[in-house]
Design a protein. Structure first.
Length: 259
């Protein structure tokens, strides 16, 4: 997955062809096998093979969507419970990274869609709501390792001493996608314990991204989790009875141990 983290970037231009039937089959398997952050929150991933169902329906309503015209989309629905947004981010980003390994491009699309309209076109399970889309397809330009990204410096992301053995893991979070590139993650590292906080560093986008930033946190956690696993760590994820830290909202802790 670490190679996928390096290769991944948001793809907004796709080849005008469908993904092969073999790849679509792989994607269904990936969706079914994706790890959940919270197993108790009912959620679904809808594989929308006919992307025009999205682009035609939401054309004119939401300009951002029509900007990212892809052959296919994944739509996420979930029950609204504490942690459901982090759960969707965590599950969705693992799917993103696995699609990247297949040479498939992706882009999270977070603009608001009217629930009622969505529900007239797609079957949404009782008690669940539409949450977010991921566009996907073969990228116009093949994926290659991204060498520079517009990101905050490490010093804005972490507090506490960073042991060199964890540098790759912290870098994997820095490389993660986030809405409007807001990078709302903050890590307090204490030995092998990573406390993850949500902190939007931009006053202008803080309100608009209030909910979406919780998806970003799940995405960042997926990068942390998948890179740590690849580096041979065993990870325990648990919510401690922590206090928020200044402007930062405590979300979850990851405890890393070598197998
Ligand atoms: C939750 C979320 C929502 C996003 N929504 C949109 C969107 O509506 N339109 C878009 O073009 N990009 C969207 N993006 C992509 C971000 O702009 C992108 O991840 C960020 O600028 C960093 O660039 P990178 O993904 O290429 O590393 C979204 C990303 C995330 C994680």
């Amino acid at each position: 997955m670490m190679q996928a983290i390096k290769l991944r970037k948001s793809i907004r231009k796709y080849k005008d062809v469908d993904v092969s039937p073999e790849h679509l089959q792989n994607i269904k398997t990936i969706i079914n096998g994706a790890k959940h952050l919270f197993n108790n929150i009912p959620m679904e991933v809808l594989l929308i093979e006919d992307g025009s169902k999205i682009t035609d329906t939401f054309k004119g309503l939401i300009s951002k969507y029509t900007k990212v015209k892809a052959p296919h989309y994944l739509a996420f629905t979930s029950e609204i419970q504490e942690g459901h947004l982090e759960n969707i981010g965590f599950i969705g980003e693992e799917i993103v990274l696995m699609l990247t390994e297949l040479g498939i491009g992706t882009c999270w699309l977070g603009s608001a869609i009217k629930q009622d309209l969505f529900k007239t076109i797609f079957t949404v399970k009782e008690n669940q709501n539409y949450i977010i889309l991921i566009a996907f397809g073969y990228p116009l330009e093949p994926l290659k390792p991204v060498t520079t990204r517009k990101r905050f410096d490490k010093s804005k992301i972490i507090t506490g001493a960073l042991d060199t053995q964890y540098e790759t893991i912290v870098q994997s979070i820095i490389d993660a996608p986030s809405a409007i590139n807001s990078q709302p993650w903050k890590l307090a590292i204490n030995n092998n314990k990573f406390d993850l906080f949500l902190e939007n560093k931009n006053i202008l986008t803080k309100k608009i991204l209030k909910d979406t930033n919780h998806i970003d946190i799940g995405i960042g956690l997926s990068h942390l989790y998948n890179s740590a696993i690849e580096l041979g760590y065993k990870i325990e994820l648990k919510k401690a009875s922590h206090k928020d830290m200044g402007n930062s909202e405590y979300i979850i802790s990851a405890i890393l141990n070598k197998n």
